[in-house]
Write a protein that binds this ligand. Structure first.
Ligand code: GKR
Ligand code: MG
Length: 443
């Protein structure tokens, strides 16, 4: 497609944003999270943007891709992306996220997705259509339902780390989102503030932190406060299958996300199948089906109902292709998330708009950053628990370079760039080390 605009420039800009002391099986979130941005320019004067996970390996892989992108017509976006994905798949040493080892995240994440997003953004601007029109079978819906992602939060004042404080905010959500929240009542307070501010009707609790019984108490408390909500818990595979069955059977869970994982020589695909059989509770995953080969085995084992096909793992077209297959097989598409800026949010929205079938409410960490960390002039807004898909061309966002450069300055001040949740955790438990089978606060 040589009669389309030519990419004249590609910049890879690492950025950092601010986070709360959120807990998960991996430990405790640091005060800052990092991401990599790709900014493309073409010779028609348009700018295209994309965002993916942070870290040096991904940044370097994006920089290495520059010669494969600059000088190419944007109409070749499929060819460019499939060349980069093929190269990634040849070298990737992916053993999936089965044991939630964060050092493996860089192998699961396809950094090229940031280039794909930026090229799609340019192509959408060239054709004057939103990106969802260019994915799969085109736009499937105008509104995307989002879930309220609840986390346990430890007390930042017990550390000397530079976590921010928003206790003085007038916004009921901002006011609490940086402060300790460790009990069922506190988790319900989070859900209530999220409902009041964003109108969420569905909730997910990040588990793998306290004893399973305490976490399930919080789930029941959320369900009593919001009887119509779909509620989900995600202990990231920390529970043994027998315990997961005991904890979840007869509970109010609508579905369970990675309730169990590898154990006694069995893979998570096998234990999740056992869990489903014993409880009748549908399962979701972002750990045991993170690529096509894993998906094949997860389907054969009948271990998952909902595949959280994060576009950063599968690519944007790959994620939508996954939704098409799932929908044909009466299974459900959704997306997983990690901390991110509003560019990734736009990528999720476009994929979810194009995803086939009856999709599940979308995960996003954005509520932990919203109102503080924007990099665009027009971030998507969550209203009545949904994000509306506009007719704006491309990703429907306008990058704010002043904000990007500020976030890049913050990144450059950090002493490390790869996610490491042990450092903050060690303020609470001396010499704390990750153990994929022990909730992080249980030692
Ligand atoms: O942000 O701590 C976190 C989450 O636990 C994240 O790392 C997970 O990848 O949200 C994710 C999930 O659904 O497993
Ligand atoms: Mg998960």
């Amino acid at each position: 497609m040589t009669n389309t605009p030519i990419v004249t420039d590609m910049k890879v800009i690492p950025v950092a944003g601010y986070d709360s002391l959120l807990l998960s099986l991996s430990g405790a979130h640091a005060p800052f999270y990092t991401r990599n941005l790709v900014i493309l320019k073409d010779n028609s004067g348009n700018t295209g943007v994309g965002e993916v996970h942070g870290g040096v390996a991904i940044k370097e892989s994006l920089e290495a891709a520059i010669p494969f992108v600059v000088g190419k017509p944007i109409g070749d976006y499929r060819k460019i992306i499939s060349t980069l994905f093929d190269a990634h798949n040849r070298i990737a040493n992916s053993e999936s996220l089965q044991n939630l080892d964060l050092s493996k995240l860089k192998d699961i994440v396809h950094g090229e997705t940031a280039i794909e997003a930026a090229l799609l953004d340019l192509m959408g601007k060239f054709l004057n259509c939103p990106v969802c029109d260019l994915l799969g079978d085109g736009r499937q819906r105008d509104d995307i339902t989002i879930l309220g992602y609840l986390f346990y939060i430890e007390d930042k004042n017990k550390t000397d780390l530079p976590y921010i404080d928003e206790s003085d905010s007038k916004n009921p959500w901002y006011q609490i989102r940086r402060n300790r929240s460790m009990t069922p009542d506190a988790i319900v307070r989070e859900a209530q503030a999220l409902y009041d501010v964003y109108g969420f009707e569905h909730f997910k609790l990040k588990g793998g932190v306290l004893r399973g019984e305490e976490e399930m108490e919080a789930i029941e408390a959320v369900k009593s406060a919001f009887p119509n909500a779909r509620v989900n818990i995600d202990p990231n595979g920390a529970w043994k299958v027998a315990d997961a069955i005991k904890l979840c059977k007869g509970s109010s869970l609508t579905y369970a996300e990675d309730p169990c994982g590898t154990e006694s020589g069995f893979s998570g695909r096998e234990t999740m199948a056992d869990f489903k059989e014993a409880t009748g509770i549908p399962t979701a995953t972002n750990m045991i089906a993170t690529d096509w080969r894993q998906l094949k085995h997860a389907i054969i084992e009948k271990s998952v109902d909902i595949v959280l096909a994060d576009p950063h793992f599968w690519g944007m077209s790959g994620s939508v292709r996954c939704s098409q297959i799932l929908s044909d097989w009466n299974l459900t598409w959704g997306s997983h998330s990690n901390n991110h800026f509003d560019i990734t949010l736009a990528q999720y929205v476009q994929c979810a708009a194009a995803a086939k079938g009856d999709i599940t409410a979308l995960d996003t960490h954005w509520i932990w950053q919203e109102g503080h960390d924007e990099l665009t002039n027009n971030p998507h807004k969550i209203v009545n628990g949904k994000i509306h898909v506009s007719d704006e061309p491309g990703l429907g966002i306008e990058i704010n370079m002043d904000k990007v450069m500020k976030a890049n300055e913050l990144y450059n001040k950090l002493t490390y760039w790869d996610r490491n949740d042990s450092i903050s955790m060690q303020y609470f438990i001396k010499d704390w080390k990750f153990d994929s089978k022990k909730p992080s606060m249980v030692r």
